[in-house]
Design a protein around this ligand. Structure first.
Ligand SMILES: [Fe+2]
Length: 303
């Protein structure tokens, strides 16, 4: 089964800004630049986990999910094929670019690309944060979590839950916000899907740091750097993460948080929360006037 969120790749006309935003605000380390000029960021000993490529418009290009080893990956891909999913093998160039040994990819019903990989390249003992920071919760927990926007939660669950095999953690069900959260390791969720009728897209990437002070200094630095804060400090009902949300140079958001719980499948029961936060996470003026991420009109690309 899927073991962790390995990486994401985004295209953006403002990719160069990630050299400073990614290091000085987020505290990521810098990885090697891509051949196309991509900025690559690290949060642990993996060679890179966030890639921002040059592009004409902001776009989530792919999300990468790692397996324990090549046999686990091959068995999983075979199950997907038997379930009727169109699985495309990755090329040698794609493996080199992503920093992995094996790669294959699929798209969800609305065309969002998911890559399944094994053998992610690591350089033990080489991670150094881009600003004073106690570090990220990553390694075996993966990069963090991604929240995708989908037009229909039931259809999304049929793909992400039933076919891809993500385990439901819980739901938020309120009038204006309907979200399903999924885990693939102890992190409460590595993936969530939020329903926006008629739309598909990428709402946010969550990065978890090792101390509340890292969140506070991140908030100070975001304001100083002019990165719009879209939701103020707050604490989520389900994963108990204390976090805030800011707009990146590339239209999606970063949730920057501390203190997420770890779930254990032996004891975990999926519940429903009628609100997303215990306190805080109030929309700012910028939050009220900014689109919720990189958004497109939804168009089904597979049956
Ligand atoms: Fe989040």
């Amino acid at each position: 089964m899927i073991r962790e969120l390995a990486y994401i790749g985004v295209a953006s006309p403002r990719h160069e800004e990630w050299l400073t935003y990614g290091t000085e605000v987020l505290g990521c380390g810098l990885g090697p630049r891509g051949g196309d000029g991509a900025v690559r960021l690290r949060v642990d000993d993996a060679v890179h986990r966030i890639t921002i490529r040059p592009g004409d418009r902001d776009e989530l290009l792919y999300t990468g999910w790692a397996f324990t080893n090549e046999a686990e990956l091959a068995a999983y891909l075979e199950r997907l094929r038997l379930a009727g999913v169109d699985v495309t093998p990755g090329t040698v160039d794609e493996c080199r670019d992503r920093g992995v040994a094996e790669l294959a990819w699929v798209t969800d019903p609305w065309g969002m690309r998911h890559e399944f990989v094994s053998g992610q390249h690591r350089r033990p003992g080489t991670f150094w944060p881009g600003r004073p920071l106690s570090g990220f919760v990553a390694d075996d927990f993966g990069l963090g979590h991604v929240v995708l926007i989908v037009p229909d939660l039931a259809e999304a669950n049929a793909f992400y839950g039933d076919i891809l095999g993500f385990t439901l953690s819980d739901r938020v069900d309120e009038e204006l916000m309907k979200v399903r959260f999924y885990h693939c390791n102890g992190r409460h969720h590595s993936l969530a899907v939020a329903q926006v009728p008629g739309k598909v897209g990428f709402n946010h990437l969550m990065l978890e740091v090792n101390s509340l002070d890292d969140v506070g200094t991140g908030l100070d630095l975001a304001k100083r750097a002019g990165a719009p804060v879209l939701r103020g400090l707050g604490r989520h009902t389900n994963d108990l993460m204390t976090s805030f949300y800011m707009l990146t140079p590339s239209s999606f958001q970063i949730e920057y948080g501390f203190g997420g719980i770890v779930v254990d499948d032996l004891t975990w029961v999926a519940s429903t929360n009628d609100r997303p936060s215990l306190w805080g996470h109030e929309l700012t003026e910028a939050g009220r006037t900014t689109a919720p991420g990189i958004l497109h009109d939804a168009e089904r690309v597979t049956a």
